[in-house]
Ligand binder design. Structure first.
Ligand code: NAD
Length: 500
C-alpha cells in the first residue's frame, strides 16, 4: 500500500509528515542536527522512503543533555508538587489516546506493524502506562527505621530514608514497540521529577518526535523531554555523556554489553532490558488447542519481533505431532500484507536487513539438518515479508535454536520428562521469559521455581501488566521496567541520621 493509497482518516492522521524532513526535539522545540546529516525512514511494506530524521552526532547529544540538565536543576519540575506532576502526566496520557489514529498510523508506516497492534499496544497500553506512572508521583516513600546507635551515651537518634529523583535519565530504545517502550522509560523518570533524553531507533523515530510535541502540550516544561535521533553513534554518545545520571536501555544483548562497559566509566546507573530466546513448554495434560493457538500467538505476534517471543517450543512427546501440526496449520492460514489492512494478520519485518537476517537463520538451520515444516521464505518481491515458519528436527547446538532470531520463526522440540524440559529450557544464555501450558497444578508449581526466567506465564504468553515488573535473568538484562521497581530505579535512596 503506497502512502497515497491510505484511507483519508490515516492521511489526516499522518499530517505530521507534511514536512518529511524532521529535526531533533531539544529545549521544547524542533531543531536541525548540527552536522546537517539525516537518515531515511523507510516503510518496510513498500520499501519506500517516507521521512528523514537526524543522524545526530555528539554535539546534538550534548545539547540535549545540557537541556535536560538545566531543566532538572533550574525548572520547578523536580520540585513541583507531586500532585502537579501527576496531573501533567495524566494530561499526556489523554493526549496520546486522543492522537491514537495519528500515532498508530506513524508506527505502521515506519515499522510495518499492524495498525491494530499499534493502537492496542503502543497507543492504548502506552497511554495506560503513563496514567499508571502518573499515580506513582504521589506515592514515593521512605521509611523510618529503629537505630541501635548508643554513642555518645545519652544521645538519641532519629533515622529515616528518602527517595530522591536521580537527575537526567538517558533512554535508548529499539524499533519493535517504539512508542510503548519509550514510554516505559520516560514515564517513571518524569513521575519522580527526573528529566529525559530519549534516543529512538533510527528505523522508528517518528512517534518519539510526535510524543515530545504532545508532552509540551500536556504542560511538561521545555527541556524535560528531549529527543535526539540517530544510530549507534548517537546512542553511544548519550551513554558516555557525563551529564546523565542513569541510562535505561532496551535492545539486543550485544549492545547492552557495550553500554555496560561504557557506563562503567562514570558508574552511570543502568537498567538493561535485553534479548531473549524464551521457551514455551507444553505438558501432555495441557489443552492442546489452547496450547497450539498460544504457541502461534507466542511466536507470530508482531512478526515475532518481540523480546519475550516463545521462539523455542518444547512439547511433551505424546502430543508433539498434534501441537506442531496445529501450529503449522495456523501459520499457513495467516493473511500476510500491509499493516494498514485490518484483515491482515502478519505484516512486514521492520527492514530489509532484518528480513535477510531472519531468512539467513532459516537457511542455516536447513543446511544443518533441520526440517522446515512450513514457511521459511520471503513473500513476493517487494516489501520485507517473511512467511511464518516452523522448524522441527532441530538440535540444541544449532544457531537457530541458540540465538535470538527476532522474526516469525519457531524451533519445535519434543521432550519426555519434566526434568528433561527444565534442563532444555534453561540451556541458554538468555533468561527473559518462559511459559508453561498445563492443567496439572503440581507440575506447574514444580516448574515455576526451576525456570531461570524473569517472567513465567501459565497457560498464556506475552501478557504484560503495568504493575508486574518486566526484566531478564542471566544475559537478558539487569533491573526491571514496569511496576514499582521501574519508578524506584529512577531514584536514589538517601539515609538520614539525626542526633536528637
Ligand atoms: P539494538 O541493540 O540493535 O538497538 C537498540 C537501540 O540501541 C537502538 O536505538 C540503537 O540505535 C542503539 N544502539 C546501537 N548500538 C549502540 C551503542 N553501541 N551504544 C548505544 N546505543 C546503541 O536492538 P534492536 O535491533 O533495535 O532491537 C531488537 C532487540 O531489542 C532484540 O534483541 C530484542 O530482544 C530487544 N528487546 C528487548 C526487550 C526487553 O524488554 N527485554 C524489549 C524489546 C526489545
Amino acid at each position: 500500500m503506497n502512502l497515497a493509497d491510505l484511507s483519508a482518516e490515516n492521511q489526516r492522521a499522518i499530517g505530521f509528515l507534511a514536512r518529511r524532513r524532521r529535526g531533533n526535539f531539544i529545549r521544547g522545540a524542533e531543531c536541525a542536527p548540527a552536522d546537517g546529516a539525516y537518515l531515511a525512514v523507510v516503510d518496510p511494506a513498500t520499501e519506500m522512503q517516507v521521512a528523514e530524521a537526524p543522524d545526530s552526532t555528539a554535539a546534538d547529544v550534548d545539547a540535549a543533555v545540557r537541556s535536560a540538565r538545566a531543566t532538572f536543576e533550574d525548572s520547578p519540575w523536580s520540585r513541583m508538587r507531586p500532585a502537579d506532576r501527576e496531573a501533567v502526566l495524566y494530561r499526556l496520557s489523554t493526549l496520546i489516546e486522543a492522537h491514537g489514529d495519528e500515532l498508530s498510523a506513524l508506527e505502521t508506516l515506519q515499522g510495518g506493524k499492524l495498525q491494530g497492534i499499534a493502537r492496542m499496544v503502543d497507543v492504548g497500553a502506552g497511554a495506560e502506562f503513563v496514567r499508571y506512572m502518573a499515580g506513582w508521583a504521589t506515592k514515593l516513600e521512605g521509611q523510618t527505621l529503629q537505630p541501635s546507635l548508643g554513642f555518645p551515651p545519652g544521645v538519641q537518634y532519629h533515622t529515616w530514608t528518602r527517595r530522591e529523583a536521580l537527575g537526567v535519565v538517558g533512554a535508548v530504545v529499539p524499533w519493535n514497540f517504539p512508542l510503548a517502550i519509550a514510554l516505559w522509560k520516560i514515564a517513571p523518570a518524569l513521575a519522580t521529577g527526573c528529566t529525559v533524553v530519549l534516543k529512538p531507533s533510527p528505523e522508528t523515530p517518528l512517534t518519539a518526535l510526535r510524543l515530545a510535541e504532545l508532552a509540551v502540550e500536556a504542560g511538561l516544561p521545555a527541556g524535560a523531554l528531549n529527543v535526539v535521533c540517530g544510530g549507534p553513534a548517537a546512542g553511544a554518545a548519550l551513554v558516555a555523556h557525563p551529564g546523565i545520571d542513569k541510562l535505561s536501555f532496551t535492545g539486543s544483548t550485544a549492545t547492552g554489553k557495550a553500554i555496560a562497559r561504557s557506563a562503567a566509566d562514570h558508574l552511570t546507573r543502568l537498567t538493561l532490558e535485553l534479548g531473549g530466546k524464551s521457551p514455551l513448554i507444553v505438558l501432555e495434560d495441557a489443552d492442546i488447542d489452547a496450547a497450539a493457538a498460544g504457541a502461534a500467538m507466542g511466536i507470530f505476534f508482531n512478526q515475532g519481533q518481540v523480546c519475550t517471543a516463545g521462539s523455542r517450543l518444547f512439547v511433551q512427546r505424546r502430543i508433539f505431532e498434534q501441537v506442531v501440526q496445529r501450529l503449522a496449520h495456523a501459520a499457513e492460514g495467516m493473511k500476510i500484507g500491509s499493516g494498514f489492512d485490518p484483515t491482515v494478520q502478519l505484516g512486514p519485518l521492520v527492514s530489509k536487513r532484518q528480513m535477510e537476517r531472519v531468512i539467513g537463520y532459516v537457511d542455516g538451520a536447513r543446511s544443518d539438518g533441520a526440517t522446515v515444516l512450513t514457511g521459511g521464505a520471503r513473500v513476493g518481491e517487494a516489501g520485507c515479508f517473511v512467511r511464518p515458519t516452523v522448524l522441527v528436527d532441530v538440535t540444541p547446538r544449532m544457531r537457530a535454536v541458540r540465538e535470538e532470531i527476532f522474526g516469525p520463526v519457531v524451533c519445535a522440540q519434543p521432550f519426555d520428562s519434566v526434568d528433561e524440559v527444565v534442563q532444555m529450557a534453561n540451556d541458554t544464555p538468555f533468561g527473559l521469559a518462559a511459559s508453561v501450558w498445563s492443567n496439572n497444578l503440581s507440575s506447574v508449581h514444580r516448574l515455576v521455581p526451576l525456570l531461570k526466567a524473569g517472567t513465567v506465564w501459565i497457560n498464556c504468553h506475552n501478557m504484560l501488566d503495568n504493575n508486574l515488573p518486566l526484566g531478564g535473568f542471566k544475559q537478558s538484562g539487569q533491573g526491571k521496567d514496569l511496576g514499582r521497581a521501574a519508578v524506584e530505579a529512577c531514584t536514589e535512596l538517601k539515609s538520614v541520621c539525626m542526633a536528637v
